[in-house]
Design a protein around this ligand. Structure first.
Ligand code: ADP
Ligand code: ZN
Ligand code: ZN
Length: 736
């Protein structure tokens, strides 16, 4: 009998799969899709994943090389999951090897040995009621049975049992003899912790709107359904998540919860862990490679019932998936912006569809894409209109600053309002979406400005570290004392960032607890938590920060929020700018008055009559979204059409445009798909590279994708493709 061929996906930018003969000594059982395999490639060996085992190779048999070794003793990815990943690769027109690689933790892409082993484990041999009945009058034995039932896959190693249950080992023997418990071989994760944390805490009684949302989702468990939970900030969306997650766990299913990176706070983690009895596993960027793989393995094998993670978690295998939740579904961090440019929010829906389970997207400020899906009946809309626990919605007022002198961005009326808030022993927050001291340094003598040498952008002034710093490429230099152009000394910062506002507030309110929250201030791991703790304990306090302030944290004593530079989004060329601006302002506003005192929001603006700001302050997000939806419909922008952006960049200015021009020419007519470009990108130079792009748009998704298939094929034949770096962004959310 001849062995089948191993078709292998290799992580990396290579399109297509590679065929190998099985290793000489391999068991034919071991040759199955989903296991990793070590294969010769060029002069080195690489780790790949078997995706299929066809009878015939795609190339002549004589040219096939043999794989060196099969690395796993069981598939890491089952066929259903491999099909999902393949679908993703097709949809995003991205090399499947890289997509499959993204579903594995980094360690498994580099290290041969996985952090799992086969071990003898203890498991119940009979159904739970029977097992309990067999332990009547034997409380020690009953304790073992209950302990087993509590463990996520209802199995446990002898070692863990011994460590966690006093007298467990002794009580085990009669249970084995009675054949209530058996010992069998299973795959275990190394260094496993007892994940069952049954520390259940009291939970608030859901209000009627929460109940309605909870029962809709609960009723849908067991089949695919998509829900959009639109709940104002503080309305108890997380409470809804916890309840429906518990319901899925009770059915023996597992739950995936996706959150934006900066919303993954210890507060949220604690809330999930306290409330859900089965193991909650957290995946975030701060883990070591080993920790990451262990947690990934716990989720894959079903040892953990809840995965709480950021974007990339949507690609991970999960045993018995029964519910997918995406919190803050509008958040742009769900879109991967380099390499494999997927939307975790969109893939969450596909994933649920394929797993046959409900998906719940939640936000106070849903994206227009999701609102459109709700209008079309694809998503069922669930509303939470009031804040939970009796807190009132904050009042949003516009503060006209046309005739106001500003000091470090702060107007006099705002400063007075801050003063009154602090005097009452309450806390206030000042929001400015720019970190650093000032966005530009300029020379009053000759007009020099702090351009980045590598980008079409300015270097930001950072006083704390005494640097000019480009936020696009990271280029830094010390803040000059003299003008680099004329040698003058009249160098002045223009505009404000968080550092400057912090400094000014410190001068205005000496002695008041003052905390800055932005990427610079929180760079050190754990430092944010310590600082936030101080604010939680204080009475009067001031917080100043970027959008990092807007997410996740719950400050019951904040009653005033001031937004300083709201006007930027009003006149942007990006058609998504109004939506983004409204989302940001509502999220920031949502920090006010979450406790028992009412909150107030002051938005400083030079355009108090602008319709967007008027709607926002008087009627709230839904009204702004409705207006933006009309504009998008009129212009036929997404969600009324679908887009794909082809980007190209090179060290020489002419290549990107030439490459894209040749591509357009070689494809010929693409109607009815529309084509814009090639044009230089809005930021035409970045990190020293010149950039251009080409936008495809169509009302029909399948037409667009048919053209994209041709684009990828044509690029493979274009000689100029080797002169540029190119990438295809399907459903782009940014075109800079
Ligand atoms: P969201 O996620 O919508 O911003 P949260 O779920 O964080 O809102 O809820 C805000 C606050 O209200 C939390 O402190 C939460 O414990 C509380 N809360 C939620 N639901 C209820 C309820 N039904 N009754 C009382 N308090 C509630
Ligand atoms: Zn000068
Ligand atoms: Zn730069």
């Amino acid at each position: 009998m001849t062995h089948n061929i191993l078709r292998v996906a290799l992580p990396g930018p290579l399109r297509g799969f590679f065929d190998y003969l099985p290793p000489a000594d391999a068991d034919s059982d071991a040759c199955e899709p989903g296991r990793r395999v070590l294969v010769p490639f060029g002069r080195s060996a690489r780790i790949g994943v078997i995706v299929a085992c066809p009878q015939e190779a795609g190339v002549e048999h004589e040219r096939l090389k043999a794989a060196e070794a099969i690395l796993d003793h069981a598939p890491l990815l089952d066929t259903q999951h491999l099909e999902f990943l393949n679908w993703c690769a097709g949809y995003y027109h991205h090399p499947a090897g890289e997509v499959i690689g993204a579903a594995l933790p980094l360690r498994l892409r580099k290290q041969r040995k996985a952090l799992t082993y086969r071990a003898q484990v203890l498991a119940l041999r009979v159904p739970a009621p029977e097992a309990r009945a067999a332990c009547e009058r034997a409380p020690r034995q009953l304790a073992v049975v209950e302990y087993l039932l509590e463990q996520p896959p209802a199995t446990v190693s002898r070692a863990l049992l011994r460590a966690h249950l006093k007298g467990g080992a002794a009580a085990l023997r009669p249970l084995l003899l009675k054949e209530v418990v058996e010992e069998r071989e299973e795959e275990r994760v190394m260094d496993e912790q007892a994940l069952a944390v049954a520390g259940r805490v009291a939970s608030p009684e859901p209000n009627p709107e929460q109940l309605a949302a909870i029962s809709s989702v609960e009723a849908a468990l067991g089949g695919f359904a998509a829900f959009l939970l639109q709940g104002v900030t503080g309305s108890g969306k997380t409470e809804v998540y916890l309840r429906v997650a518990a319901a899925a766990l009770a059915r023996g299913e597992s739950v995936m919860v996706l959150v934006p990176e900066i919303a993954l706070t210890p507060q949220l983690q604690q809330r999930f862990q306290e409330r859900l009895g089965r193991g909650v596993v957290l995946l975030h960027s701060g883990l070591s490679e080993g920790e990451r793989e262990q947690r990934w393995q716990q989720v894959r094998t079903g040892l953990a019932g809840v995965l709480l993670g950021t974007r990339s978690s949507v690609l991970y295998p999960m045993q018995g998936l029964g519910l997918v939740i995406v919190d803050e579904e509008h958040d742009s961090s769900f879109k991967q912006q380099e390499g494999f440019r997927y939307s975790a929010r969109d893939l969450a829906v596909i994933r649920a569809q394929r797993a046959g389970c409900p998906v719940l997207l939640g936000s106070a400020t849903p994206s227009l894409e999701s609102l459109r899906n709700a209008q079309l009946g694809r998503y069922q809309l669930l509303h939470l209109r009031e804040r939970a626990g009796g807190a009132l919605a904050p009042r949003i007022d516009l503060l006209d600053i046309r005739d106001q002198p500003l000091k470090s961005g702060l107007s006099e009326p705002l400063v007075e309002e801050l003063q009154r808030t602090l005097a009452r022993g309450e806390q206030a927050m000042v929001f400015i979406n720019r970190r650093g001291f000032a966005p530009v340094l300029t020379c009053y003598d000759c007009g020099w400005i702090s351009d980045c040498p590598r980008c079409d952008a300015r270097q930001t002034v950072h006083r704390g570290v005494n640097l000019l710093w480009c936020h696009h490429c990271g280029a830094q230099r010390p803040i000059p004392r003299q003008c680099p152009q004329c040698g003058g000394t009249q160098l002045h910062p223009l505009g404000q960032g968080t550092e400057q506002v912090e400094q000014r507030l410190g001068e205005l309110f000496p002695g008041v607890e003052l905390l800055r929250v932005d990427r610079d201030a929180t760079a050190r791991k754990g430092s944010l938590e310590a600082l936030l703790d101080r604010v939680h304990r204080a009475d009067a306090a001031l917080l100043v920060g970027t959008q990092m302030l807007a997410k996740g944290h719950h400050f019951p004593n904040v009653t005033l929020v001031g937004a300083l530079d709201a006007d930027g989004g009003l006149f942007s060329a990006d058609f998504r700018a109004p939506e983004r601006m409204a989302q940001l302002l509502i999220q920031v506003a949502g920090r006010a008055g979450r406790g028992d005192k009412p909150g107030r929001v002051l938005i400083q603006t030079r355009y108090p009559d602008h319709p967007l700001l008027q709607l926002l302050s008087r009627q709230g997000y839904s009204a702004v979204a409705a207006m933006a939806m009309q504009e998008r419909r009129a212009a036929q922008y997404p969600p009324f059409s679908h887009q794909a952006l082809l980007r190209a960049e090179a060290n020489l200015a002419e290549w990107p445009m030439r490459f894209l021009g040749q591509l357009v020419e070689s494809l010929g007519d693409v109607a009815p798909v529309e084509l814009w470009g090639p044009v230089p990108a809005p930021m035409a130079r970045r990190v020293g590279r010149y950039r251009a792009h080409l936008l495809y748009q169509s009302q029909q998704r399948d037409r667009l994708h048919a053209v994209l298939d041709r684009v990828v094929e044509a690029i493979a034949r274009l000689p100029t493709a080797r002169r540029v770096r190119w990438s295809l962004d399907v459903d782009p959310i940014d075109n800079y």
